[in-house]
Design a binder for this molecule. Sequence first.
Ligand SMILES: Cc1ncc(C[n+]2csc(CCOP(=O)(O)OP(=O)(O)O)c2C)c(N)n1
Ligand SMILES: [Mg+2]
Length: 911
Amino acid sequence: MEDSIAFKREVSVAETQQTQQTQPTNGLEVVETREWLDSLDYVLSKGGAERAGRLLQQLALHARRAGGINLPFTATTPYQNTISSSQQPPFPGSQEMERRIKSLVRWNALAMVVRANKIQEGIGGHISTFASAATLYEVAFNHFFKASNESGDRDIVYFQGHAAPGIYARAYLEGRIPKQKLQNFRRELNPGGGLSSYPHPWLMPDFWEFPTVSMGLGPIQAIYHARFIRYLENRGLKTSTGGRVWAFLGDGEMDEPESLGSITLASRERLDNLIFVVNCNLQRLDGPVRGNGKIIQELEAIFRGAGWNVIKCIWGGDWDSLIQNDRDGLLVKRMGEITDGQYQKYFVESGAYFRQNFFGTDPRLLKMVEHLSDEQLARMRLGGHDPIKVHAAYKAAVEHTGAPTIILAKTIKGYGLGEAGEGKNITHQQKKLNDDELSIFRSRFGIPIPDGELHNAPFYRPADDSAEIKYMQERRKQLGGYMPVRKNRSTALKSVPESHFEEFYKGTEGREASTTMVFVRMLSKLLRDPEIGKLIVPIIPDEARTFGMEALFRQVGIYSSVGQLYEPVDMATLLYYKEAKNGQILEEGITEAGSMCSFISAGTAYANHGINTIPFFIYYSMFGFQRIGDLIWAAADMRCRGFLVGGTAGRTTLAGEGLQHQDGHSHVLALSVPNLMAYDPAFAYEIAIIIQDGIKRMYVDGESIFYYLTVTNEPLPMPEMSSQPGIREGILKGLYRYRASDNKDAKLRAQIFGSGTIMYEVLKAQEILEKNYGVAADVWSVTSYKELYRNANDCVRWNMLHPKETPKVPYVTQALQGAPGPFIAASDYMKVLPESIAQWVPGKLLSLGTDGFGRSESRVALRDFFEVDAKHIVLASLTALAREKQVEPEVLEKAIRDLGINPEKSNPAIS
Ligand SMILES: Cc1ncc(C[n+]2csc(CCOP(=O)(O)OP(=O)(O)O)c2C)c(N)n1
Ligand SMILES: [Mg+2]
């Protein structure tokens, strides 16, 4: 934080120096300056911009050598358009027609929000975001967004979440969304269906592709998506090229760490297929983005510094002649002095105020605008509202090679709302307009709705054969079709090869292996498969060695867009660090957020690119849900497929690492994601069954689900899969009897649940119970509490709604029916996880889990501390029996002593 404040100060100091030092102060200097500028103009006109640029560089070098002049570092350029009026290309369409279409879109977007709130007070919605961005979108829709291009590829567009009403309004005019749905904006459950508040592929799977409304997730995803497209191309999985990724963003949104955190990846990878368009309306929700500074300059400095092509689009055509005549740079100096807060004031004030406050500081400035009336001055358009300027910026962006582009377009928030909110601090929340305000807006944009009908803010769509509708349809036809459109563009896989999994059914014949090792071996086998091998995308945030995955470096290579330009230090070894242009592993470095974005790109490629890539993102489980939970939520919304693999998981299994690393709650957090399958397997064969079924369900059957698996680093012998009937079903549904007690005649019986590596503690407890306490316990492997919970809830709900029908019995109840004795659960996760199914267990459940902070210790000590080791499982089992009066309290007291448990030890949940 401190850094960024310092950086901002540096920028504004540099800016001030730039403007102050370049101003000539006396007569001779003025003449001298003129001469130099004239010479430069001559070189520019004769030799072009490149020649002039070289000359300036030579001058700077000469100045340094000859006079020791070090020009101050400036990350910014003057507060002007990057593309001057003389450089701007002619507008390729009918400006008048496009203005009329844009007005129609504006009206319907506004009407949608106003109507929704008239019908239902407080339903919400946003008018001002789209109002400021309408030109930015319309120019793109009419001239740039390619639904398919010459080589069969298409553009990918991340629409700013709060601009959704404008995107719906356009789709309505295109005839893609019926009026009834527009009427049900934000009321999706109304008869006939409605429209979701923001872009949600889950809710509108034929329309929206990317959920962007959680700010910052759009920009980071766009970067990784653009890079993933290159990955697909370089690996030969995608033949067509030329599609671009556009991300439309708010200037306030750029404060999110995710917005800026990965921008150097884009320049490092030379992603000239990526374009950010930042709508710089200078406002966010509460007020100005940078009242005391200038967001455009700040973002320019950041992105130029990161190696992006920056295009500023600040002033509209109304300013052209003033800027051209600003030979002494007075105007540009004044433009650079004004803070954003003050610019916002100009938006709401009169032309007279603008004249006096902005131009009035210097008589020469006042003279520049003496030919303009106050009204004309007040209407001087900004760059982001001028289609010619916006078109010029987009054209330059798509033609730029070698680097990504960011367009910084200055606009007014709530543009067109006038007194109802234009440029005002309250404008973000504005969703109601009175009749007068509606009338002014209607007249300003020339919508033919009579006064008498205005009150209800009716939608307006001209006939299909009207000039406007025909024009917009034709433009989209030329660009390959409508946008946004989401659909599954891939063909389902035919089957999942079972042979790769069979080895794991057999177990390790006494050898010890961690489930992480098992998983890596399985992945390595899948990578060799002739059909799906190439589709697998292993993603790692700099933890491959932690997970024992380094063998894959050599096997499939690490993706690098430039290959390997150096001789790796370990070249002589078998498993050297091999980077290659067609490398398959995405070794992302230390960024779980970036890795998750790659996961999303790969997991949604079936829809976005028609390619069934299967991502496996393996990471420290602690840095998943709690670190990047919002991206996982977005992945769920996007119907993303693939496997999230939480490595070295468990609160007591990852010894030594301590509080920040030991994960005892990711499975609790996983409960919150509706379409996520979450498994905590104990054995190799369970992992094999789960992954095999997962690939089938996602890529053969096309289900909109994805997976979370935890794997651990404790080496243990992996048993063979038994041939008991229903074992596969049990593994997938979440529970099966792993080892029944042989002693069927015992008087004391218990049922114990184990999962993950705690399963081995449960098995030890089973032995102790039988040997020392005469308790015959059956051991159950619970692979997924989440699945059991979901299934049980489903049954309860169905039974409630169908009281006369035969009640459905939850799977967990069915499976455990008739199992004698109390139930005990032990998990390396919080107790709430087993407790979540307690009411459906046919008997009392006593749960052991790892509530509390982890700490640095050995596994043995940690399991004792968290009370999940064999001795605590024995005690819990005896306690459960005592509750049922089958065991005397004295037995418990003795057991505590015999087992070496300190009853006064501190409670791990709050220690
Ligand atoms: C992560 C996150 N935090 C907060 C919000 C709430 N929010 C919605 S819009 C908004 C202001 C947006 O300002 P800006 O990015 O400048 O967009 P504009 O509407 O001005 O184009 C905020 C804070 C959100 N949507 N996402
Ligand atoms: Mg804004």
